[in-house]
Structures are given as C-alpha cells and as structure tokens.
Design a protein around this ligand. Sequence first.
Ligand SMILES: Cc1ncc(COP(=O)(O)O)c(C=O)c1O
Length: 196
Amino acid sequence: MSYQPSKMIGIFDCATSQKVIGQEKFLDAFKTILNHGAYCQGPETKELDTKLAEYSGTKYCSTCGSGTDALTLALMAWGVKEGDAVFVSSFTFVASAEAPVLLGATPIFVDSKPDTYNMDPEDLKRAIAEVKAAGKLNLKVVIPVDIFGSPCEYDEIIKIAHENGMKVLSDSCQSYGSVYKGKNAGSIADMTATSF
Ligand SMILES: Cc1ncc(COP(=O)(O)O)c(C=O)c1O
C-alpha cells in the first residue's frame, strides 16, 4: 500500500492570512503606502522597527529586504572583507555562509552538537585554534544559528568569540520569538539577523 499524506500543509498560505486579517485591511494599508510613496524607510517600516526593537528588548532595529540582506549588512557594518575568517554553524540554510562569501571573507564551518544540531562550542575552540595556527586569516565574526527555533549555547559561544576579539552575529532567521535564559532572540548577541 502506498503512503497517502493525510493533509498537505502549504508553506505559504496567504489566503488564510487574508481571511484572518481581512482583505480590506491589506488594501487600505497598500493604498496608504502608494499614496505617500515612501515604500522603503517610510512611516510603516519605522513603526515596525520600533515594535520589533521593543519586542526584542534592543535599542535599535532596522528592517531590510531579507534575512540574507540582514546578515550581509551586519557583516558590512563591522567591515568584514577578504582575509577575514567568519565561523559559521555547519547545519544551516545556505545564507549563513553566503553572507561572508559575498563580502570576500572565508566561512569556516563549525561542527554541530548531535542533540541540538546547533554550533558546538568545543568545535568552535578547535576551529579557532586551527585558523590561528594557519596564520592566514583574521579572526573576525562568529555566526551561530538557532536551528529549528532552538537557541544555541550563547553564553559559551559569546565568551569564546569575545576572548578571541570577535563579534557574534546571531542568525535568528529560524528562531525569532524564541527565548534563551529569559532573553529574547534578537537581544543576546552583538547583532542579530532575522526574517519571517
Ligand atoms: C538559518 C537561516 N538563515 C538565513 C536565512 C535567509 O533568510 P531569507 O530567506 O529571508 O534571505 C534563512 C532562510 O530560510 C534561514 O533559515
């Protein structure tokens, strides 16, 4: 007997959200934006920035086009460039490693813990030691990923990164809304990139 899925769950279900929120609300919002013409950085995006910062418990938040853009912009803000090593969780979506590559930096993959699939702090230490010993790249950033919504071991990872003069950019694209030791994802690392 062949397997029959009981119900197909769509990844994108815009029809239901229109029903729940109400199509008129969408149309009114679109009309407002079309009328004032500030499609980016307008009052609606500023309001969203403020609400997301409040929710996350951060001083600043800036919206952009995608999670990939958010990761790339954060690295650009820290001046990441060719010759820099960026330590990345190995179990992730391609964007976590794509962002450093787009800037000419070198992603160094860190192995995952077998129980959570998140970055293994012990393997991070090993990877750092290896890059240091090779002496070719500058230690620059660590990008841990909260895979499947489960926060990584931030205390250990941030300690190791800071002891080695690196910033931590949390890839929270799968975990916005999750909590680590009472703190919202978004307010834990030096910077956080998310998407939804
Ligand atoms: C862990 C992770 N990082 C980054 C991204 C990139 O986000 P976006 O598709 O919004 O560019 C995703 C997207 O699925 C993701 O799962």
